[in-house]
Structures are given as structure tokens and as C-alpha cells.
Ligand binder design. Structure first.
Ligand SMILES: [Zn+2]
Length: 188
């Protein structure tokens, strides 16, 4: 079990979601002659399906659990430690979940709650998520499983599965609810 480093970015360093980049913004990037660096791009990458569940993958999942716990996170996607494969780990009520190629097959209801991300420290915001989701995935032995999550587990599942498609919670923050650490330490 090895501790991996989580790639962390400041909110302003994150490239906008694909298709959301305003023309003026891309022009500005070009004008500066500074193409976005690879590490910034990886969080916007669509992670690839895991083709084979083997010891190497199980080791990666263990490293992800170690890393998530060290960072006091509720979940972690492989892409957050620089591995763009469709694998996520979550901790829910002391139980560790390891999901490979997870897909949300059912979603219902709505919940509004505060979110943050280990990859974008210091940023928080309210995000609307389904109240309940059913996820289909492979377990760490390649066996198909289904998992139902409600409340905070549904939120964590949506957040992590979004990472696999290059979607970040900052894309979904309800306008006017974004909080940065700086705002907290320097009120007014
Ligand atoms: Zn995240």
C-alpha cells in the first residue's frame, strides 16, 4: 500500500469544461502563449474503461484507499492521482467501496448540499445531486455488482463518477454559493 500524491490545483488553474470555454478565454490563453499544462488537462480527461481486473489494478485501488484516508476524503477517482482509468474508491460509514467501470443506471430525487474536492483544495459550493442512485460496476475481482446509494453516498458516487468524464463539482456549483478558503479567513 503506497501513498500517492493527489494532483491539486487552484480553482483558477483548472481549465474550463469542454465546450464551456468562452472564445475570449481561449484567445487570452493563446495570447499569453501559454498552453494549458498536461497536469491541468488530466482532470478534464475522459478516463478509459478498465479492460482487465488484475493484481496491478487491485494494487492501484489499495493505493487509492490509502491516499483517500490520508487526505481525509470521502472518495477518490484514479484520475486524481494521475491515472486516467475508470476506477473509484469511496468510504461510507467505515466501509470501503472499490468500483471499477461504474455507471449510474438509475437516479431519482434531488438533494442540495455542500461539496468540495481533494483536487481543488479550499473551494466549496452547493451542488444539486440526485437523492438516490443505483450504480452498476465491477468489484475488485471483476465481478459485476450493483450498489444503491442515498443521501451522502449518492452525492459521493455522483461526484466521483463525474471525475471519470472530466466533470468537476465546480462546474455544477449553484451560482452565488461558491466559498473559497480566503473568503473564510478574510471575511469582508
Ligand atoms: Zn473530486
Amino acid at each position: 500500500m503506497a501513498l500517492r500524491s493527489i494532483r491539486q490545483y487552484k480553482n483558477d488553474d483548472i481549465i474550463p469544461a469542454k465546450g464551456k470555454c468562452a472564445p475570449s478565454e481561449s484567445l487570452r490563453l493563446k495570447a499569453k502563449g501559454k498552453p494549458p499544462e498536461a497536469p491541468k488537462d488530466i482532470l478534464r480527461t475522459r478516463s478509459e474503461e478498465v479492460a482487465r481486473v488484475d493484481d496491478g489494478l487491485r494494487e492501484l485501488l489499495e493505493d487509492m484507499v490509502t491516499t483517500m484516508r490520508a487526505a481525509n476524503g470521502a472518495g477518490l477517482a484514479a484520475v486524481q492521482i494521475g491515472v486516467p482509468r475508470r476506477a473509484v474508491v469511496l468510504e461510507n460509514g467505515g466501509e470501503v467501496l472499490k468500483l471499477i467501470n461504474p455507471v449510474i443506471i438509475k437516479a431519482s430525487g434531488e438533494q442540495l448540499g455542500m461539496e468540495s474536492c481533494l483536487s481543488i483544495p479550499g473551494v466549496y459550493g452547493m451542488v444539486m445531486r440526485p437523492e438516490r442512485v443505483v450504480v452498476k460496476a465491477l468489484d475488485e475481482y471483476g465481478k459485476e455488482m450493483r450498489l444503491e446509494g442515498t443521501a451522502s453516498l449518492a452525492r459521493a458516487l455522483c461526484h466521483e463518477i463525474d471525475h471519470l468524464d472530466g466533470v468537476l463539482f465546480i462546474d455544477k456549483i449553484v451560482p452565488g454559493t461558491r466559498i473559497c478558503n480566503n473568503d473564510l479567513s478574510n471575511p469582508g
